[in-house]
Design a protein around this ligand. Structure first.
Ligand code: PMP
Length: 462
């Protein structure tokens, strides 16, 4: 698809990249002889690399982001118009798209009321942590400051967010971490910690949170931060009975509930705008990033309810009694301008419904693959957010060697389908093949993704 001139330019680009770009999540030694991959163009569900090779993107831009697919001129035009009118203003001033998007967002989040703009999922979570800490100081003499987080959950790459991170494999080389974050057990039934099933298991996993609260002292615990469906930790769907009990526990001990929707948010799990809305949860904080503008602009939000917001305007006589925080690029207008169009597209094209229908279809197809390939130990997920865990033995649930899981990903790539794999190097948790195609997926797209996985599994495992 590339003409000769562009091909020349691309060679220079590849050289510049090889010489100067430090890629995310990448060991660079192989680039001394091999080539880095440059993604040059995208349309719908598909992207093209520097060689013009076409890929069906089953991970929405690598990390669950491009919910409405590539090449949306409507979003680009809205951003362009807004940038010409006013690109940026920060500090205490608002903006037209900021106000309009907050109204649109809040109308889809009953019970919530305020949007704090920032630029990454990590930072949105940090804002919530800071609000919790400030509330502890305002209301409880600093005592109720601890933030609970769950084993296997991830909340970002900054030191604060990593201090709240349940994936030890990501943390091991970056300590020391911030204090006041306390871990609770994961809720994954496939890797069970209690000899129970179904609702009993879910309630027991939630009771484990209460045990930690009691051990720490309820008067020291300010908030509980959880992903509705754990993403990078292994696509972990909560067991029945888990969420109602979690909500009950938070209410019982006056603990603020922070839901991290950075992956699940904005349609990814189908039917509802947010993952927590499947479970009847009433959060105090909801943080979101990736799908908010589908990657057309950097935008993240820390959304709170009015109860939290009210606590920050109680005492006008105290010069510190407001949220004394800023995010420089929270003043970029491109983010909310893109987000407004992104949400409009999801609505007008019925993408919440499509995600449910296609997600169910894909879950069925992956389960059929599980019947065929013994190496798939478990298939799980919600909407177009799915995982297939690879085990070398279904009874012991021993994970396959990491290299084999990587080989499956590489085989899919070679066949023109980009999939992901979560949880490298964690005994008992690694090697979940990961799928999060755009919400515009069709049956044909899903058939192609599943067929590529089928062939890859046969090649790697026979
Ligand atoms: N929370 C979750 C659940 C995530 O998956 C991520 C990113 N993968 C983050 C937070 C951090 O977002 P960001 O990379 O935008 O800082």
């Amino acid at each position: 698809m590339m003409d000769g001139n562009l091909q020349n330019d691309i060679e220079k680009v590849v050289e510049a990249d090889r010489a100067h770009v430090w890629h995310h999540l990448t060991q660079h030694k192989p680039f001394e002889t091999g080539e880095p991959r440059i993604i040059v163009e995208g349309r719908g569900m598909r992207v093209w690399d520097q060689h013009g090779k076409e890929f069906l993107d089953a991970v929405s831009g690598g990390v669950w982001t491009v919910n409405v697919g590539y090449g949306r001129e409507r979003i680009a035009n809205a951003v362009r118009d807004q940038l010409i009118k006013l690109n940026y203003f920060a500090g205490s001033a608002g903006s037209i798209p900021g106000a309009q998007f907050s109204e649109k967002l809040i109308s889809r989040m009953p019970g919530m009321s305020r949007v704090y703009y920032t630029n990454s999922g990590s930072e949105a979570n940090e804002k919530a942590f800071k609000m919790v800490r400030q509330i502890a100081h305002k209301r409880y003499g600093g005592k109720k400051h601890k933030i609970l987080y769950r084993d296997r959950d991830y909340h970002g790459s900054t030191i604060g967010a990593m201090s709240c991170g349940g994936q030890d494999e990501r943390n091991v080389q970056y300590g020391p971490f911030a204090g006041g974050f306390v871990r609770v057990p994961h809720c994954m039934e496939y890797r069970a910690q209690w000899d129970l099933t179904g609702e009993d298991y879910g309630q027991r996993a939630a009771d484990a949170i209460e045990e930690v609260i009691l051990a720490e002292g309820p008067d020291t615990v300010g908030a509980l931060c959880l992903e509705p469906v754990t993403a990078g930790g292994g696509v972990i769907t909560p067991p029945e009975g888990y969420w109602p009990r979690v909500q009950e526990i938070c209410r019982k001990y006056d603990i603020l509930l922070h839901i991290d929707e950075v992956v699940c948010g904005v349609g990814r799990t189908g039917t509802h705008w947010f993952g927590y809305q499947h479970y009847g949860i009433e959060p105090d904080f909801v943080t979101m990033a990736k799908g908010v503008a589908s990657g057309y602009a950097a935008i993240a939000c820390c959304v709170t309810n009015e109860r939290v917001f009210e606590m920050f305007k109680e005492d006008m006589t105290d010069p510190l009694d407001y949220f004394r925080d800023i995010s420089t690029f929270g003043g970029c207008t491109a983010g909310p301008a893109a987000a407004l169009e992104n949400v409009a597209i999801i609505e007008e094209e019925g993408l919440l419904e499509n995600t449910t229908v296609m997600g169910d279809y894909m879950l069925d197809q992956l389960r059929a693959l599980q019947d065929k390939h013994k190496v798939i130990g478990d298939v799980r997920g919600k909407g177009l957010f799915l995982g297939a865990e690879l085990v070398s033995d279904r009874t012991s649930r021993e994970p396959v060697p990491e290299k084999q899981a990587q080989a499956v990903v590489a085989e899919c790539n070679a066949a023109g389908v980009i999939i992901g794999v979560t949880n490298r190097s964690v005994p008992g948790f690694n090697n979940t093949l990961c799928y999060s195609p755009a919400l515009i997926s069709t049956r044909d797209d899903i058939d192609q993704i599943v067929a590529a996985t089928d062939t890859a599994l046969t090649r790697v495992f026979g």
